[in-house]
Design a protein around this ligand. Sequence first.
Ligand code: AMP
Length: 507
Amino acid sequence: MSNHLFDALARHAPDRSRPLIDLADGTRVSYGETFDLVARLASHLIRAGVQPGDRVAVQVEKSWQNLALYLACVRAGAVFLPLNTAYQLAELDYFFGDAQPSFVVARPETVEDVRKLCAARGKNIVESLGTNGDGTLLKAVANAPVLPVVDRSPDDLAAILYTSGTTGRSKGAMLTHENLRSNAEVLTDCWRFSGKDVLLHALPIFHTHGLFVACDVILLAGASMIFLPRFEADQFMSLMPKATSVMAVPTFYVRLLDHPGLTREATKHMRLFTSGSAPLLAETHRAFSERTGHAILERYGMTETNMNTSNPYDGDRIPGTVGFPLPGVEVRVADPETGRVLPQGEVGVLEVRGPNVFPGYWRMPEKTKAEFRADGFFITGDVSKIDERGYVHIVGRAKDLVITGGYNVYPKEVETELDAIDGVQESAVIGVPHPDFGEGVTAVVVRERGASLTEADIISALSERLAKFKQPKRVFFVEELPRNTMGKVQKNVLRETYAQIYDRGAA
Ligand code: AMP
C-alpha cells in the first residue's frame, strides 16, 4: 500500500510540532496541523465522490490551506488542477470544459459565478476557500472522519497545469507522481535543503515554481517557509533575517536591487538565492553579487518538464547561463526542423528526457506527438546552446525567433547589445510583419531614469556592433515591459501593440 508522491511529501508529518509555515502576521503552522487538515480534506473529497484520477480544479488565493488542498488531492489520488487567480470566467469555462473536474474550489468572492458556470455543465461540486480559512470548504471538513491514503503508483497523474498559452489554446500539462517526486528529490539534494532551512516564499502557488519547486522541496527536506501572499520589497527585506533561502523570479531581484536595505550585512546569514521562470540578466546577477556577495543560482525548467538544469551549488554559477543538466536529466541541442543533434556550441532547440518530463498534454494526443521525438526527448521550444564547459545557455523561445529577409535573428543577441548601451535599462526585441522583409526587427526599450536616449542614438550605437540585418528597424521607448505574474516579458503583447508599424503608409 503506497502513494508514490504523498509518501514522500508527508515523510516529516509524524514530527508533528515541526514548523512548516510562518505567516506574515506571526502565525505558525506545524507539520502536524497541516497534515491533519490534509487528511480531513482528502477524506471529504473522497466522500464527495472524487475518484482516483478525477480532477479537482482550484482557483483560490495563496494560503496554507490552499497548500493543504494540493496535498489532500495527492493523498486522495485525485489530480490537482490549480488555476491562475487572474483567469476570468470565460477562461474558466474553457478549463472546466477541457478538464472536466468533478470538484471545484473557488474564492468566496467568485464562488457564486463559478457555481453557475458549473451548474450549466452538470454535476460538479463547488466549494469556496478564502485566505483566512473562510468559505464553505473548511466548514464542510471540520469533523470529517479520516479515510486511508489512496494508493497511487509512479505513473499515475498527480496534477495538470495549464500552460500560459500565449498562442493558441492553453494546453493541460499532465504531471505524474514520479515527475514531481523525482524532481523534488533531486532539487532538495542539489540545493542542499535540510530541516534547518527557512524559505522566504513570495511566489504564487498555482505555478510550477512556487508549488512544486518551492513547496515540494521544503516538504521533502522537513524545512519551513515564510508564506507571503505576494512579493513586496519592504516586507521581503524585513522578513529576510528570519530566512535562510529565497526562490525567486528575476523581477524580485531587480526590485530588491532598488531597495536600500539590500546590503552585504542584511544577507550575510543567507545560504541560497535561486532564480528561474524567466531569464535573469547577467547584469542583474553581477549587480546582486557586488551588493551582497551572493551569486544567484539560476536554474531552468518549464511546466511540462519541471526543472531541467541548474547552476552548481558548489562551483561557478555563471551569469547568463542556466547551468548543467540535473542528475538523471539528459539534454541536447537539435536542429528545430530536422531534429538532427547539433555539435556542441551550435544554437538550436533544447530537447530533454528524464523522469521529470511529463507524459503529454491532457486529451491532445496529436499535440503531444508533435512535441516529442521518437526516442522520447521532449522538444522544449527554447532556443539554446551548450558551451565548452557544458553550461546551458537559453537564447530565447523558438517562436520569438525573428526571420527577416530570410535571415534568422535571435532576439537575445540584439537585446544583449541594446542592454549594454549606456542609458538602457532593459529591452525586448520582436519581429513585426514587414512588407519587404517578412518581419522587421523591432526594439522596445526601457531607458534608465533620467537618460535621454533617442531612437537615432540607439540605431547608431548598434550600427557597428551588429550585422545590418540584425539591427532594429524601429526602436520604441516604454516605461516598463509587459510581464506576466512569473516575470516573463509578454512578447505576444508587444507584437500585437506594434503589429501595424510597417504597414505600407504607416508613419
Ligand atoms: P513555465 O512553463 O511558465 O514555467 O515557462 C517555462 C519557460 O520559461 C521555459 O520554456 C523558458 O522559456 C522560460 N524559462 C524558465 N526558466 C528560465 C531561465 N532560467 N532562463 C531563461 N528562460 C527561462
